[in-house]
Design a protein around this ligand. Structure first.
Ligand SMILES: NC(=O)c1ccc[n+]([C@@H]2O[C@H](COP(=O)([O-])OP(=O)(O)OC[C@H]3O[C@@H](n4cnc5c(N)ncnc54)[C@H](OP(=O)(O)O)[C@@H]3O)[C@@H](O)[C@H]2O)c1
Length: 197
């Protein structure tokens, strides 16, 4: 099964928090505490299908409410309450696209970790990242963001708030050549009377 490329397909959005060294994880956990980012994570993933590697699912420990969790694993025995299972990333995308249509979601979230980001970087349309002003020891990393492929389209910088270990920025990248969603919307023609009034 191959994920389609038709005009109505949901956007594939990678959501990740990464350090200056592209660190995303250490010992199957996050290498920082950022309460503001956890709140934002909830907002940007709510109501959408999420594709994640089995290790990331283990680190979260359960299916997140209000979202559809699709776990990628080679383990034919793997099963967990409230999750769908995919045997490879491509199957996960196809499953996520079906679920997105059923849920009325216009985005599929790629939720990591390092192996899954690396495996699906070439399929992503949008990177919705939290760039954290830290350089922690890590054993999982986000892929290199090739500036000839990705262009920054939004950046919102934040000082560390209560429960945040460091300052950070919410940054969005879009694949070069990909139009922002509003550019795809048809502008409704004004009624003739309005034009001549
Ligand atoms: N900072 C962030 O935004 C963020 C987000 C998510 C995760 N993380 C962190 O990232 C770390 C986990 O990342 P990770 O790279 O170690 O693991 P991962 O990508 O979460 O999961 C890896 C597992 O996914 C399955 N998998 C990967 N590629 C596959 C393929 N082509 N076909 C079938 N199954 C495949 C395998 O599961 P099986 O072994 O079961 O076969 C593999 O062991 C943790 O520290 C986590 O906290 C950080």
């Amino acid at each position: 099964m191959k994920y389609g490329s038709g005009p109505a397909r949901p956007a594939i959005v990678m959501v990740a928090a990464l350090g200056r060294n592209r660190a995303i994880g250490a010992r199957n956990g996050l290498p920082w505490r950022l309460r503001t980012d956890l709140r934002r994570y909830r907002d940007v993933t709510m109501g959408k299908p999420m594709v994640m590697g089995r290790k990331t699912f283990d680190s979260i420990g359960k299916a997140l409410p209000g979202r559809e969790t699709i776990v990628v694993t080679r383990d034919p025995q793997f099963a967990a309450v409230g999750v769908l299972v995919a045997r490879d990333p491509e199957m996960a995308l196809a499953l996520a696209a079906d679920r997105a249509r059923a849920m009325g979601a216009d985005e599929i979230v790629i939720a990591g970790g390092g192996e899954i980001y690396a495996g699906l970087m070439g399929r992503a349309d949008i990177l919705r990242l939290t760039e954290v002003e830290l350089t922690p020891d890590a054993d999982a990393f986000f892929p290199v963001i090739d500036q000839s492929v990705w262009r920054e389209t939004a950046r919102e910088t934040h000082l560390a708030g209560p429960g945040d270990e460091a300052p950070f920025a919410f940054v969005e990248y879009r694949r070069s050549g990909l139009r922002p969603p509003t550019a795809n919307k048809r502008v409704k023609a004004a009624p003739r009377a309005a034009l001549t009034a």
